[in-house]
Design a protein around this ligand. Structure first.
Ligand code: 5AD
Ligand code: SF4
Length: 342
């Protein structure tokens, strides 16, 4: 088993069968070797700097009904909101003044923001020295093109799972092929592309997780976000078992070995499900952290899953707090935009 990890370390390649073997492995020593090897590869390719991305949850309104997500349209138990464009721009400006070099605008999938409003928001934020990421769901090629021309740099759209049958079960009225088309469209427009998956969905197999990892390599993603599934109230999966932290960490570490120089966040879901989950992820291949910078009174309604781990400090204290936290693992915060250098 160690030989397989060494092969992945040296060749950045594993077959599906080999990936499954490693994913299934329950041996603590082997798994720890996987995590420390992913940490070495991260250090070799990307160094000790951690990139911060300031996340603004601009609206929790969503037309979709993903089985796992608390923001699904059928959930009438949450208060829906959207932030006015000028409020979004103001929050971004405050974050940039507090030292953030990337802003991420995330929302459910809806058309609450008209195209011209989004163009206005993008252009205003891009007047500052900052990279801008959008995560607004599935849109048309024309819409993506308009965002790009307005100045957006990156787009996040997780494939969620490459298991077509499971994708269908989890996403009523959505189509796997359209998801792929969106990712292709984004790539053709030269966005830096972020995707990723959930780990621990009901009926998800090791085989399908291996396929997910191979898919990340195949589409040459620039960023991969991986998080454990967390059961959310008022969803069809409210009684399902949570995903396993260690398995999510293994999917992440294997992704690092196969895609050595991409950006990999230590996701909020990892921190939510495991004490110090974020630091553990940062020591197992991750090099990015995405602190939530949405107004505290509002982001409680962005309840994708319960007890979401958020920093309870003001925006201008986040950087200092994280500088301290990361110093415990001998890491520092980057001062550049954190683009993926191929
Ligand atoms: N548990 C963990 N992650 C979730 N997401 C949505 N619902 C859940 C959940 N219950 C993730 C999806 C989505 C991202 C914004 O949040 O992968 O792409
Ligand atoms: Fe909507 Fe995204 Fe949640 Fe699906 S995962 S219900 S698209 S917010």
């Amino acid at each position: 088993m160690k030989k397989l990890i060494e092969k992945a370390r040296d060749k950045h390649f594993l077959t599906k069968v080999e990936l499954i073997e490693l994913l299934e492995c329950k041996n603590i020593e082997i798994n720890n070797f996987l995590f420390s090897t992913a940490d070495i590869i991260r250090k070799h390719y990307l160094g000790e700097q951690i990139h911060l991305r300031g996340l603004i949850e601009i609206s929790n309104i969503c037309n979709q009904n993903c089985f796992y997500c608390g923001l699904r349209n059928a959930n009438n138990n949450i208060k829906r909101y959207y932030l006015e464009p000028d409020k979004i721009i103001k929050t971004a400006k405050n974050a940039i003044e507090a030292g953030f070099k990337t802003i991420v605008l995330q929302s459910g999938e809806s058309s609450v923001y008209k195209l011209d409003q989004l163009v206005y928001i993008i252009k205003e934020i891009k007047k500052f020295d900052v990279a801008l990421t959008l995560s607004l769901g599935e849109k048309s090629l024309e819409e993506y093109k308009t965002y790009k021309e307005a100045g957006a740099d990156r787009y996040l759209l997780r494939i969620e799972t490459t298991d077509k049958k499971l994708y269908k079960q989890m996403h009523p009225n959505m189509s796997y092929s359209n998801r792929l088309k969106c990712l292709d469209d984004l790539k053709s427009l030269n966005f830096e592309l972020g995707t990723g998956c959930l780990v621990g969905l009901p009926n998800q197999t090791f085989e399908s997780l291996a396929d997910d990892i191979l898919f990340f390599k195949e589409i040459e993603a620039d960023m991969i976000g991986i998080g454990p599934f967390i059961s959310s109230p008022n969803t069809p999966l409210e009684n399902a078992t949570n995903g396993d932290f260690l398995l999510a960490l293994k999917v992440m570490a294997l992704t690092r070995l196969l895609l050595p120089d991409i950006n990999i966040p230590a996701t909020t879901a990892m921190e939510t499900i495991e004490k110090n989950g974020q630091l553990k992820a940062l020591c197992s291949g991750a090099n990015v952290v995405m602190p939530n910078i949405t107004d505290k009174t509002i982001c409680k309604n962005y309840s994708i899953y319960p007890n979401k781990a958020n920093l309870n400090v003001e925006l201008n204290k986040i950087k200092a707090l994280l500088t301290n936290k990361f110093s415990t693992i001998n890491r520092t915060i980057s001062n550049d935009h954190g683009f993926h250098n191929r």
